[in-house]
Design a protein around this ligand. Sequence first.
Ligand SMILES: C[S@@+](CC[C@H](N)C(=O)[O-])C[C@H]1O[C@@H](n2cnc3c(N)ncnc32)[C@H](O)[C@@H]1O
Length: 283
Amino acid sequence: MTDEERQRHIEERNARGAARKAERQEEKARLEQALASGQRICVDLAFSHLMLDQENKSMCKQLGYCWHANVRAAAPAHLVLTSMEGQMEEYMARQVSGYKNWKATVTPQPYIEHFADCQDKLVYLTADSENELQELDPDSIYIIGGIVDRNRHKQLCFNKAEEQGIAHARLPIGDYMRLASSTVMTTNHVFEIMLKWLELRDWKAAFEAVIPSRKRKQEDGDGEEQEGADDEQEQAEQQEQQQQQQQQQQQEPTEQPAEQQLQQQQQGAEEPAAKRQAVAEQA
Ligand SMILES: C[S@@+](CC[C@H](N)C(=O)[O-])C[C@H]1O[C@@H](n2cnc3c(N)ncnc32)[C@H](O)[C@@H]1O
């Protein structure tokens, strides 16, 4: 390498470093602004006891995806994690230990206590609501259920909102997109759809950006609908998860040593990106 080439290499490296630093500073400024005055989106983490071990871990990963989406978002939200305590807190500490440094509000309190003085602003998002969201109100506080249950706990969040006397609403998915199966989305997808809406103010664009193509009904050349092309992949993933759950239930009487469990969790945290995304999509 000539002196001239070496010099150019150093200058290019310095320029890349400076660009990365500027990007991080911009992200930091956007997130601080969001904490001060951004749209409040709360994830209700009060359901750890209703989830299996794998589902709790999947929930932790989904929270990680929410956080990374928020960091990258053009218009980040003020992320609020409520009921971060007990078992859920233990899972998070093991799976996503860096969450304590997130520019988000994290509290052991349930949302109904944390927002005690503005309960009239709470809107629980649930696919079971008859109320369809038109747009996001900057004064409202939207709550997403932090649960991975393959919808076996039917109407869980709807009933919770009704019992607490707080407003509820569903995303207007059906107005913009035909889905191959149910309109129940994962926690991180709901969060990401809302981020996209905050950026674009356009539900169709937000759904198209976030909802995986295999969840959509596709039209063939004659305009006839057919199931999403890679629906089989989703079924395979469902079967895999069911098998894991069955194996786990069979193993439960003989507990693994803590060290072995931790090692497995650490291995899980290093899964390749494609597998991570598949896990997050198992609602
Ligand atoms: C996997 S779902 C949980 C399903 C759960 N059985 C229930 O009763 O809500 C995770 C969360 O995403 C939100 N969600 C999912 N699909 C939605 C939709 N179509 N409209 C509004 N919220 C939705 C809800 O807050 C829900 O609690």
